[in-house]
Every structure is written in C-alpha cells, then in structure tokens.
Design a protein around this ligand. Structure first.
Ligand code: ACO
Length: 703
C-alpha cells in the first residue's frame, strides 16, 4: 500500500490555495483565512491570476510561478477549470489535491471528473474529492477547508462522505464534548477512498479511533481489508440502507438481501462497530477514542442512586453484558464506603449520602481489582454533594491505580454542575454521559470491539472444491444453450462439484427411464419437472413427493408432464428429475447474491415459515470459513432450534458450517457466472448425521 501521496495530502509541509480570493464570503477567501487562523505552520501560497496580495500574503498567478515545493493544493476554482489546474499542479510536482469544487460526477459531469483524475494520475498526484469541504487537523494546526474552525481537540478522526454533516459535526464537537484530531471530507471519492484513509490513519500517532459517515462504498472488499488491518477501533454510521438491492431479485436470497443486511455483515467481518444514528456515532466515538477495550465479561457498576442503578442493569442486559454479583472481597471492601442500608452487590449502591470520599475510595479499590474488567460509575446530583469534586476524586483514584489496560465510563445525571463535572472528566480522558444507559452502552461498545477483534484473530479454515472443472462445464453448457439459469439437476451438479451434500437426483427423459432411475435410487421418491422455463416448479404442479412404487412413478411422470404443458405450453422440457426423498430434518435455507458493493455474499437462515414470515436470516461476504459459519448459526433468532429444543437432539452444526463454507467458496470462485442462488430447503439432521440439500437454484449473471 503506497501512502506517499496521502502523506502529502494529510500532513502537508506547504499548501497552495488555487483560486484564493480577496472577496470575503468566497470559498477561496475563507480557506485562506482558515489556514491563517488555524496557525498552520507550513508555507501557504495563494494562487490567483490577477491579485498580487490577499490577506497580506503575496499572490502567484499560477502554481508554476511558486519558487518553492508545494505538497498540497486546495482547489477552489469552478469545476470547468479544475482539470487544467490539476495539470499545472502535476507539472509543479504537487503531491495531492484537496478538491473542494463541486460540479462533477455528483451532478452527472463524469467527463470532467475523469479529466481531473487523468491529469492527476499522469503526475502520480492523489486527489481528495472533488466536492468536499476540505481537511481539518488539530495536531497539524491545519484548517484547509471552509468549515468555520478546527473541531474540539481530541483523538478521533472522522471521515465523512457528507460535507454538510462534517461542518455540523465540527461545530457540535464542542457542545457534545467529543474531541477530534481530524475531520476529513471525502466527497466523490474519485481517487482517495475510505480504505486509503483507514490505512493511513491506522499508523497516525494522533488518532486512536476512526469514525465514518458512509453513504456508499465503491469497493467493499478493499474497505474490509483496510478495516481488518487497522488495530484502532472503527465506528461507522451508514445511511441510505432502505432501498437498495432487493428490487430485481430472482431468488429467495436476492429478495432478502438489502443493503442494511449486507453492510451489517461486512462491518462485522471487518471488525467495524456500527452506529445506529448520529447520537450513537458521537457517544461511541467518545468512548472508543478515550478508553481501552473491555477484555472480559465482568462489569462492575458503582452508583449513588437505586433508580439509575436499575436503569444501568437493564441496559447491561440489553447490550449483552449481564451483571454478575461482585466477589466477596469486593463486596466486603465496598461495604466500608457506604451506610448500613447501602448494597455491595452489583450495582454497588453507595446511596445518596455518598460524597467524593466514598466514591474515591470505592473506585480506588474496585478499578484495579482483577475480577473487574470494566467499571461504570453513576452519579445523581444531590444537594449535599458536589459533582465536580466527585468527578475529581473518581479521576484521581483511576490515575493513582496506574491501570491503563481496562476501561471506565461514567454517567452524571443532573443540571449545570453535573455538566461541568462531565466536561472536566472528558478533558481528563474519562468518557462521561448524561444518562446511565449511555455509560453502559459505551462500555458495551468497548466489549463488542474486543469480541470482534478476538473473532478476527481466529485462523480461518477454508474448504477445497472437489471438481471445479465440472462446475464450469455445466455452466458453459447452459450458456451455450442461451439460458440465464440452470435447471435443478445442473445446479445440483455445480453444488456437488464444490462438495455440497445434495440429495441424489437423476434426469429421466422417458417413463421407462424414470422407472429405471427410481429403482436405482430406491423408494420412496420425489419427482420434479425439469425445464429452464419453469422456475417455480410447485406453482406449475411440477413437484410430487412420496412416490412409493413403479406404478406411482409411471403415473406421476405423465401427470407432471401434463401439468407443465398446461402451465406453459411453450416451455422447453428437459424431462423429469427422479430424486431420493431425503428424510425430514430441520429445514434451513442457504443462498447467495452478488452484491454491487461487496460481491459474492452468503445468506443463511431457518427455512420454511421462518424465512417466509420472520425473515430470520443472516449474511456474510464470501468466503465464509467454517468457524465464521458457526457464528452465523448462533446469530439467527431461531438458533435454539439448532441447539435442540424440547428434548430434541442438537442438529449437526459442524456439517452445516462446513456446507456454508463450501457454498461460499463456490460463489466466490464462480462469481463471474453466479448472480444469485438458493439451496432451499436444506435438511439438517442430528449431530453426526449431516445435512442434505434438497432443492437448488442458480441464476446466471448476464454476459
Ligand atoms: N487560477 C487561480 N485562481 C483562479 C483561476 C486560475 N486559473 N481562475 C480563476 N481563479 C480565481 C477567480 O478569479 C476567483 O478569484 P477572485 O474572487 O479574485 O476573482 C477565484 O478563483 C474563485 O473563482 P470564482 O469564479 O469567483 O468562483 P466562486 O468562488 O464563485 O466558486 C467554487 C468557486 C467555490 C469552487 C464553486 O464553483 C463551487 O464548487 N462551490 C461549491 C463548493 C462546495 O460546496 N463543496 C463542498 C460540497 S459539500 C457540502 O455540501 C457542504
């Protein structure tokens, strides 16, 4: 990964403003003024064809006239002039363009954007934008943007696809008390994208956490790689999740795979925490930028109020860290810092009488205690206590402990004095929130991130195909026949080539052949119409089950053909599939789509009514290793059914996970051919007895 050009953009030693203007209110004026006001320590070169001096600075007619090197050029001339500016900057040896100008692909002017990019590429120059607000960095004292001022100083970096939102976050960083070192507007992402910046920020000493506002990624897989590479927490707010994808689906899976589900799966695989809304993005950015992860499951809550304690207990359950009673030594120590009527269990209730001394002493003991993996301290404002004093004693106790590898979050519920106390805590590195559930949810984010990283560190075991050449032959034959989908028998051939356990199925083209195949497979049988023109076989009366003997085979053969002709007289009929009748098991569904952002993506869920009505399914971007597939099995709401309910034995999860793994490697290998696919139903048997794919469907990609 070559980040040289990105360095020039993100940490320039000199900046030119191409389109600097002496007219207040123009963006070219504001950017220059911002660079000066942010006290940028590098060199600044205003560029304007007619002005000789702007804001007291010498002006140059062109970057080519500047006698010194320029690292980054902020471009604020109208779009039609930008490609020419890029050419001049390239000649000058500028490393990167911060292209503020709008009027490119976002309004359909793709040619203009391509011309900008081509000119930049010719000189190895990187392009941020176009259509951006710019870059702001506290550590570099750099406001190369038209946002009003640098954000509240902190350790997070925000990359935003919306310029307006970035300006809003800039201003509200102060009112919300969430500090950022950098705000980066990414705009049209003609060149520099989220992945480039994540790679760069992963090594930036001034960034501890990366926050993203995403409207749409261009290359989902590069994003996943970059995020997995980053050892810093990433939190993403994804907007526009409601309409994409599902409209033209030809398979069951396709109709269930909306952007929200696929992005959610990709974030999980990438170790990215997903924010639910803007408030959540701020709240989690605060905690992830200031605190280490929570490495175990034991969370201790200390409070001065029963009400907030109960709210926090509820939140703990909701966010997946249910509380356990503190061990005896913790309880007996806590009792020393509370009246008789306090409670030392968990939450530890110091009661409304708790002042800074009791808070300080209980935190001093509990925070370093080996049982405690994360500490949440709650406070309700009272007339007999001073919030700022309490904040200070909590911080002092944490600092004195010398413990750096475990987290603390705090909630102060009250008025202005509590607000002041929280600002003080945040300034001293302790994330503080105005509600107890937020302090718990913040702790849960630290636990979630730790869990995700633990999951990513497990070595993935891949599944080898059995006969991939056979799959390619089957698909080639269907394409040669001019077909857009495979028949069930062909789809099963492809599945078999990847080691998927399919129910034995043979094609019969005459009644006699049907009898012969039936005898080989063994009764009872299932018989199904095989026609590329009839995708929904049951609707056509083309599926019959439980055929017990030769007479049944003959009669069913005739009935199925007659039904098919009635359903669609013009249908091209290949024959009738004679299939082993798989014993009944737990029905599940697997399937795939070729997502526009992430490529081959796998779905798994319980079948039948669960998928039809409850849409109880989960997704992963392929490939899915067996160990990852086991996570999928535990994610669905119906997971207990696989574990065995009401005295039933557990289902064969290992075989199921292996099947998902094999399926995912099939859709990855054959991504140029498979658009969508389903294995539905797949029967899952008792532990050790495996699974069986009963029906299969593959829709081919248009070529
Ligand atoms: N080299 C250097 N400067 C030049 C050149 C040149 N070759 N040619 C012209 N200029 C100067 C102009 O003379 C002018 O300076 P002046 O005031 O001294 O005359 C300056 O460049 C700017 O050019 P204008 O034609 O005055 O353009 P204006 O400032 O009105 O608009 C802008 C330019 C800001 C780039 C506009 O076209 C634009 O794209 N605005 C939208 C930007 C935006 O919102 N981006 C973020 C999107 S995200 C969000 O929504 C918040």
């Amino acid at each position: 990964m070559d980040l040289t050009g990105i360095d020039g953009l993100m940490r320039p030693k000199s900046v030119a403003v191409v389109g600097a203007s002496a007219t207040p209110g123009k963006i070219g004026y504001t950017v220059l003024k911002n660079l000066l006001e942010s006290k940028y320590e590098g060199k600044i070169f205003p560029i304007n064809p007619t002005a000789t001096e702007i804001l007291g600075m010498k002006c140059y007619a062109s970057v080519l006239d500047v006698p010194e090197d320029i690292d980054a050029a902020v471009v604020t001339v109208p779009a039609k002039l930008v490609p020419q500016m890029a050419e001049e900057c390239g000649k000058k040896g500028v490393k990167g363009l911060i292209t503020i100008s709008s009027g490119f692909s976002e309004v359909g002017a793709n040619d203009l954007e391509e011309a900008l990019l081509a000119n930049a590429k010719r000189y190895g120059m990187r392009v941020l934008g176009p259509n951006i607000v710019g870059i702001l960095s506290n550590s570099d004292k750099l406001n190369a943007s038209f946002a009003p001022f640098l954000p509240m100083n902190g350790k997070a970096a925000l990359i935003s696809q919306s310029g307006a939102l970035l300006i809003a976050i800039d201003a509200s960083s102060f009112t919300r008390g969430v500090g950022f070192d950098k705000l980066i507007s990414i705009g049209n992402m003609s060149d520099v994208d989220f992945a480039d910046l994540i790679y760069w920020l992963a090594d930036d000493p001034n960034t501890t956490c990366i926050s993203l506002y995403i409207e749409g990624l261009k290359d989902g897989r590069r994003f996943i790689d970059a995020a997995r590479h980053s050892k810093k927490p990433i939190i993403a707010l994804k907007s526009g999740v409601s309409t994409h994808g599902a409209a033209a689906a030809a398979s069951h899976t396709g109709s269930l795979a909306g952007a929200a589900k696929v992005y959610g799966a990709a974030f999980q695989q990438a170790g990215v925490i997903q924010a639910t809304d803007l408030d959540d993005l701020f709240d989690r950015t605060l905690v992830l930028s200031l605190q280490p992860t929570m490495k175990g499951e034991n969370m201790l809550i200390i409070t001065n109020g029963g009400g907030v304690g109960v709210l926090a207990t509820d939140a703990a359950e909701k966010y997946g860290i249910p509380l356990k009673f503190a061990p005896a030594d913790v309880q007996s120590e806590m009792k020393k810092h509370m009246p008789e009527f306090g409670s030392a269990k968990n939450p530890v209730d110091l009661t409304g009488m708790a002042g800074n001394e009791w808070y300080g002493e209980s935190v001093r003991y509990a925070f370093p205690h080996k049982w405690v993996d994360g500490l949440v301290v709650l406070y309700c404002e009272t007339a007999i206590t001073n919030p700022v004093e309490i904040a200070k004693s909590i911080e002092q106790a944490v600092r004195d402990s010398g413990v750096k590898e475990k987290p603390i979050t705090v909630s102060f519920v009250g008025g202005e004095r509590s607000e002041e106390a929280m600002r003080w805590l945040i300034d001293h590195g302790i994330p503080a929130y105005g509600a107890p559930d937020l302090a718990v949810s913040a702790m849960a984010a630290l636990r979630e991130y730790a869990r995700m990283r633990e999951g990513l560190s497990v070595v993935d075991e891949s599944c080898e195909p059995v006969d991939p050449k056979r799959a390619i032959e089957v698909i080639a034959q269907a394409r040669a026949d001019g077909r857009g989908s495979l028949t069930e028998i062909e789809a099963k051939e492809v599945f078999k080539a990847y080691g998927l356990p399919v129910a034995r199925t043979e094609l019969a083209t005459t009644e006699d052949e049907a009898v012969e195949q039936g005898k080989k497979i063994g009764f009872p049988l299932v018989m199904k119409i095989v026609s590329p023109d009839i995708l929904h076989k049951s609707d056509a009366g083309g599926v019959k089950v439980n055929i017990k003997d030769e007479a049944g085979v003959r009669e069913t053969y005739r009935t199925i053909l007659a039904n098919a002709k009635n359903y669609k007289a013009s249908a091209n009929i290949h024959g009738v599939a004679i299939q082993e009748m798989a014993p009944w098991g737990t029905e599940v569904i697997m399937g795939s789509v070729n997502d526009i952002t992430f490529g081959p993506t796998m779905m798994f869920g319980l079948g039948g009514i669960f998928v039809e009505v409850l849409k109880d399914v989960t997704f992963r971007v392929a490939p899915v290793a067996s160990n990852q597939a086991l996570h999928m099995l535990s994610e669905i709401r119906g997971a207990p059914i696989l574990a065995g309910v009401r005295g039933e034995k557990a289902r064969d999860k290992a075989a199921l996970a292996e099947t998902i793994c094999r399926y995912s490697s099939m859709i990855l290998d054959l991504q140029d051919d498979i658009a969508e696919s389903d294995a539905n139903p797949v029967m899952v048997y008792e532990e050790g007895k495996g699974v069986k794919v009963v029906d299969a469907r593959i829709i081919l990609k248009k070529k």
